[in-house]
Design a protein around this ligand. Structure first.
Ligand code: RIB
Ligand code: CA
Length: 337
C-alpha cells in the first residue's frame, strides 16, 4: 500500500516589491506544495506600491491562484524618498514584456494591520518572508512589537556581508532602499531572523541554458517566464557584464522550506543608516561589540540542487522532474575548459 506522506505545510505571508525576481519567487512559492501562502503584502522598493500591487495580481492571474489576498503596505520608506529600481525591472516592474493587466484589486485592510492581525490569530505558526525593503515589517513592529514577536520565523532577502553591494559598493538594494527599517528590525529581532544576502544569491545564476530549458517546455507559463527572465538576463549583462541573473528572492523562499540546501552562521548584525555606507550590512565576525547574535546569515548554498528544484517547481508540470532537469543541464552544459 502506498504510504501517504503527510506534508505539514509551512504557513507563510510574503512581503514583496515585485520586481522580476519577486515574481519568480512568488511563482516558485505558489508551486511549492510545502508552503501555504496565507497572504501577500506590498512593500515600496523596486517599484511604487501601486505598480507592485498590480504586478502581484497579474502574477496570481497567470498562475491561476486568485484566492491569495493581497494588501497594500507603506507607500514609501520610513524617512526617505522611494527610488525604484526601474533600470533593472523595467517601467512596469516585470520587464516591460506586456503582461496582461488584471481586473482584480487589493484588499481594503492595510498590510501592516493584516500582519499584526494574522500573527495574533496564529501565534508561532506563521513565517514571514520579506523579499523587499523592510518598511512594512518595521512599521508593524513599531505598532505592535509583542504581536510581531509571535512570528515563528522571519526570512529576509537582504544585505551583502563579504561581497560587494549591488546599489553601492557596500549596500544591497533592500537594505539601502530603507536602511532605517532594516536597522530597526535587526535591533528588535525578537524572532529568528534568517538573512539571505548577496553572498549566497549571487551564486544562484539563472543562465541562458536554463532559459533554453524553459523555452523548450512551450507552455503559456513557461513562455511568460522566458520573457520575464530574458529582460532580467539582458540587464545583468548590460550592467554587470555577467551571463546570468541572480535569483535573490527565490532563494529566500527556498530558505523557508528547504533550509538544508543552505549553510548558516549566527552573527551580531546591524545596518548603517546614513552617509557613504548607507544600507551596508555590518557583521561583527569577532564579536567586538559584545552584542547578542541577532541574525542567522546564509553563508553558502548548494547551487545546483537549488536551481534544479527552482526550475521543476516554477513549471509545476509533473512530467518535469529534478532528474530530468539534471540530465538536461548536464547534457547541454558547455564542456568545462
Ligand atoms: O538586492 C536584491 C533585492 O532587491 C531583491 O529582492 C530585488 O527584488 C530587490 O528588491
Ligand atoms: Ca524584491
Amino acid at each position: 500500500m502506498k504510504r501517504q506522506v503527510l506534508l505539514l505545510k509551512r504557513r507563510v505571508i510574503i512581503d514583496t516589491d515585485p520586481g522580476i525576481d519577486d515574481a519568480l519567487a512568488l511563482i516558485f512559492a505558489i508551486h511549492s506544495p510545502e508552503l501555504q501562502i496565507e497572504g501577500i503584502t506590498i512593500a515600496p522598493g523596486n517599484v511604487k506600491s501601486e505598480i507592485g500591487a498590480t504586478n502581484v495580481l497579474r502574477v496570481l492571474d497567470i498562475v491561476g491562484n486568485t484566492a491569495i489576498p493581497v494588501f497594500y503596505g507603506a507607500k514609501a520608506p520610513l524617512f526617505r524618498k522611494l527610488i525604484p529600481a526601474t533600470r533593472i525591472h523595467g517601467e512596469d516592474g516585470l520587464g516591460d514584456c506586456g503582461w496582461p493587466t488584471t481586473k482584480r484589486s487589493v484588499m481594503e485592510q492595510s498590510g501592516v494591520d493584516y500582519l499584526i492581525e494574522q500573527v495574533k490569530s496564529s501565534p508561532k505558526e506563521l513565517t514571514l518572508i520579506c523579499l523587499g525593503p523592510l518598511t512594512n515589517l518595521a512599521l508593524a513592529i513599531a505598532k505592535d512589537p509583542d504581536a510581531i514577536a509571535l512570528f515563528k520565523e522571519i526570512v529576509i532577502m537582504g544585505g551583502a556581508a563579504r561581497v560587494a553591494g549591488n546599489v553601492s559598493p557596500v549596500a544591497e538594494f533592500n537594505f539601502w532602499s530603507d536602511p532605517e527599517a532594516a536597522h530597526q528590525v535587526l535591533e528588535w529581532s525578537k524572532v529568528p531572523l534568517v538573512v539571505i544576502g548577496l553572498d549566497v544569491t549571487r551564486q544562484t545564476l539563472l543562465t541562458p541554458l536554463h532559459l533554453k530549458f524553459l523555452k523548450h517546455q512551450g507552455t503559456p507559463l513557461s513562455d511568460w517566464l522566458v520573457k520575464l527572465t530574458l529582460h532580467y538576463l539582458n540587464i545583468h549583462w548590460e550592467l554587470n557584464g555577467i551571463v546570468g541573473c541572480t535569483l535573490n528572492d527565490p532563494l529566500a523562499v527556498l530558505a523557508a522550506f528547504m533550509p538544508e540546501l543552505l549553510t548558516f552562521q549566527d552573527y551580531s548584525v546591524d545596518v548603517a543608516t546614513d552617509g557613504l555606507c548607507r544600507g551596508q550590512m555590518v557583521v561583527d565576525y569577532t564579536e567586538l561589540w559584545g552584542k547578542r547574535r541577532n541574525a542567522r546569515l546564509a553563508t553558502d548554498v548548494n547551487v545546483d540542487a537549488f536551481l534544479e528544484e527552482f526550475l521543476v517547481r516554477i513549471l509545476k508540470d509533473d512530467s518535469v522532474t529534478v532528474d530530468m532537469v539534471h540530465a538536461y543541464l548536464q547534457a547541454s552544459e558547455l564542456p568545462r575548459t
